[in-house]
Design a protein around this ligand. Sequence first.
Ligand code: SF4
Length: 434
Amino acid sequence: MPARELPSLHGKKIYIHAMIRGGARLMAAAFRAAGLDAEVTPPSDAATLEIGSRCTGGDECFPARITLGDYMKVLLEGKSDPARTVFFMPGADGPCRFGQYAVHLRRVLREHGFEQTGIMSPSCADGYQMPPALHRTGWRAVIASDILLKLLLQHRPFELEKGSADALYEECVEHVARTIESAPLTPRAQLRAIRRALIVCRDRFRALPVRRDPDAPLLGVVGEIFCRLNSFSNADLVRRLEEYGAQVWLSDVAEWVWYSHAEQVRLLKLAGRGFSLEAFATRIRAWVQRRDERYLLAPFARDFAACTEPSIEEILEAARPYLPQHGAIGEMVLNVGKAACLARRGVDGIVDISPFTCMNGVVSEAIYPRLSRDLGGIPIRNFYFDGTAADLDADLGVFMELVRSYRARKAAARVRPGAGLPVLTGRQAAMAHS
Ligand code: SF4
């Protein structure tokens, strides 16, 4: 069901898959703010894997199994009236099976007799356009989710009371979700309200009792967007890395949206429509989104000073010697470019989280040895997941040894995210570590 069929969404319940549980709650709040009934899928569990496996043939990638399993679980366990249910399933183009998720879900729904169940599927081909009332609020929910996750990861490894950072994150998600849902829909008033809510969260995180360890290695985490952000899929690898003494800089969701914009512009140029109405609309949309992002991020200048995200242009430029944007498409470009950017910003190691059999992960893995050599020998390690229980301890132990030894011998020191250091611009931070 394309986004333009908004009127048919009224009276329906839209389920949003919890790729990131907090982020999905904020997105559901954005839907509700637009007058739609939305809910997050129940937590993934063994039934998710079992149903997902039953509904797939083995060629689908792991995230397809999880999303399909969670969505079908809602219907098969009788949690929602199939005729009133709509599943939110964004798509993507490129050398990736993600573009087939909605098609496959439609087929599975039909096979199970759920023809009446709807699918809402904005795609990267249209820059993830959604109903107007939802598009901008949804984008703000994405930025807010990225910010809250960053705050969590900056504090959790150093919390004095175990579980306090997670508990605070939950409270902050709830606070921002309530704000998104109740704030006026007028763009300016809504933006201000979300920013105020985020400032409250920032101040609460700043007050969280922590003891920062200046020797904790900082790891950049890249990889396939679903698997790296969905803790159920990746066996909670980020938390495991923290248990091994690391602090994690996790690639966010906004990065993929900016990449989609860049691709849309490139493809329009390629088709000789670089100056078309469509290209103009794409640029205006990107300009508005960038302005919202800057406004919401501004109060965090000090908090995120040492982990300013590279722009999409910087990421694509960093990827160019290995995977130029015009020669490769999708997450592999982002993985390689972002890994290079993070290494230049001073991280002590890179982890790539990918689903087993994902071509993006496999291509990136083939390039990492050269990238590592070019970047002074920084350790880069792929971790693949397919839902089978694996003992990660041996691999994590060895990798962390490599990280610590690289950290001890690398020439450039670095500033630590969240340490309350003076504000550096992205360029200054990059120069400080070059
Ligand atoms: S990036 Fe890989 S795992 Fe993700 S949807 Fe595409 S093919 Fe599947």
